[in-house]
Design a protein around this ligand. Structure first.
Ligand code: HEM
Length: 352
């Protein structure tokens, strides 16, 4: 087979995966599912999950009786914050990724105490905590002790994606908040210097596939990084006295001017930083991946065909992003009354 037909073939495979995506079937709230999900325009974007990763205790109608206004309160708050500062959209998505990556999506990243995940080196530039706190404060007024911080963060990441033009996906609820948060565990989250094998292993150990790694890395179509974390690519890369050769020379030039100080920030997607689109992948094809982990996805044989396929189709990217975010959002969730709790303040474990 000619190399050039590979991306097309992959597109077909992705479409096939997408077309076979069934709505969640095993959640406890089947009737609501069929009426509110499968008949809406969003039905194609509802993630399909394999039986083994299913958790029957999460459901789309979880707060229907106890806090029916949850999603509208959250939606309005997220919109309000992002209208004031659009950069918060990216920060909320990243916060959700860091939460789910450590002890599952249990809100443990939000806990604020000595030695918690939030104090880890890998968490230093996380933002968006105040948005979650604001939503939680309003929910405590309207439906006290009902909605978990983990559910708030998961839904906020979805609404933030939509605010910047990304896809919508239905989020099942019922996650409970964890009581344990350890900085050392948070430092295992990849920071952009890893090789592709360790990225794949990181994702696989959380029940996600190579496709999820490539698709979710597409979140770097928005947001920014501190110059400090990429300066090593710009000068004397690996002692060569030259910049990283996998970066486009014109882009290096731009970055050298943009990143004079380690404390400055630079957009992860140099072309369309404020829009949630597939240009991130197109940039990788042009040697314009800002993090070395991004650029490596285009040079590694296990991931590069997927990059090409996603670069070729915005709609496949959007669809698959919704599916993969659905998978991320159910990683190791705590459910049922015996596990975790519903925090009243997302920063602290309940003291009762
Ligand atoms: C594949 C492994 C990943 C690596 C190595 C990685 C690494 C990074 C790094 C180093 C930054 C910049 C942090 C800073 O300097 O402030 C960043 C930002 C970001 N990451 Fe990732 N990331 C990965 C996966 C993900 C995933 C799965 C998501 C979401 C689903 C995500 C969403 C984001 C977003 C939106 C930003 C911008 C944050 C902001 O502007 O506040 N990343 N990532």
């Amino acid at each position: 087979m000619k190399n050039s037909s590979l991306p097309l073939l992959l597109l077909l495979v992705l479409y096939t995966i997408s077309a076979s995506s069934r709505p969640y079937e095993n959640y406890d709230d089947k009737s609501s599912l069929s009426s509110t999900i499968s008949e809406t325009v969003f039905s194609l974007q509802v993630p399909a999950l394999d039986e083994t990763t299913f958790d029957n205790l999460l459901s789309f109608g979880y707060y229907r009786k106890t806090c029916p206004q949850f999603e509208s309160i959250l939606h309005n708050k997220v919109k309000e914050w992002i209208q004031k500062d659009y950069t918060l959209a990216a920060s909320l998505m990243r916060l959700h990724f860091h939460d789910c990556s450590v002890r599952g999506c249990d809100g443990s990243i939000l806990l604020k105490h000595d030695g918690s995940e939030r104090t880890a080196q890998a968490s230093k530039t996380l933002r968006g905590f105040e948005v979650v706190d604001d939503i939680k404060a309003e929910l405590e007024k309207q439906c006290p002790k009902t909605v978990s911080c983990a559910d708030i963060l998961t839904a906020a990441a979805r609404d933030a994606t939509v605010e910047l033009g990304g896809p919508y996906w239905a989020v099942p609820y019922g996650r409970r908040d964890g009581k344990v948060s350890i900085a050392k565990e948070a430092d295992m989250v990849p920071m952009g210097h890893e090789n592709v094998t360790s990225l794949i292993e990181f994702f696989q150990s959380r029940g996600m596939a190579v496709l999820d790694l490539v698709v979710l890395s597409g979140a770097h179509t928005i947001g920014r990084t501190s110059c400090g974390s990429i300066q090593y690519r710009l000068y004397n890369y690996q002692g060569t006295g030259k910049p990283d050769p996998t970066l486009d020379p014109k882009y290096v030039n731009f970055l050298q001017r943009k990143c004079r100080w380690a404390s400055e920030y630079v957009d992860l997607d140099a072309t369309t930083p404020k829009t949630f689109d597939n240009v991130y992948y197109i940039n990788l094809e042009k040697k314009m991946g800002l993090l070395s982990t991004d650029q490596l996805l285009y040079s590694d044989a296990r991931t590069s065909p997927l990059v090409s396929a996603l670069a070729a189709s915005h709609s496949v990217f959007e669809h698959q992003f919704a599916v993969s975010m659905g998978k991320l959002g159910i990683v190791d969730v705590l459910t049922g009354l015996e596990e975790g709790e519903i925090r009243t303040n997302c920063n602290f474990v309940n003291d009762y």
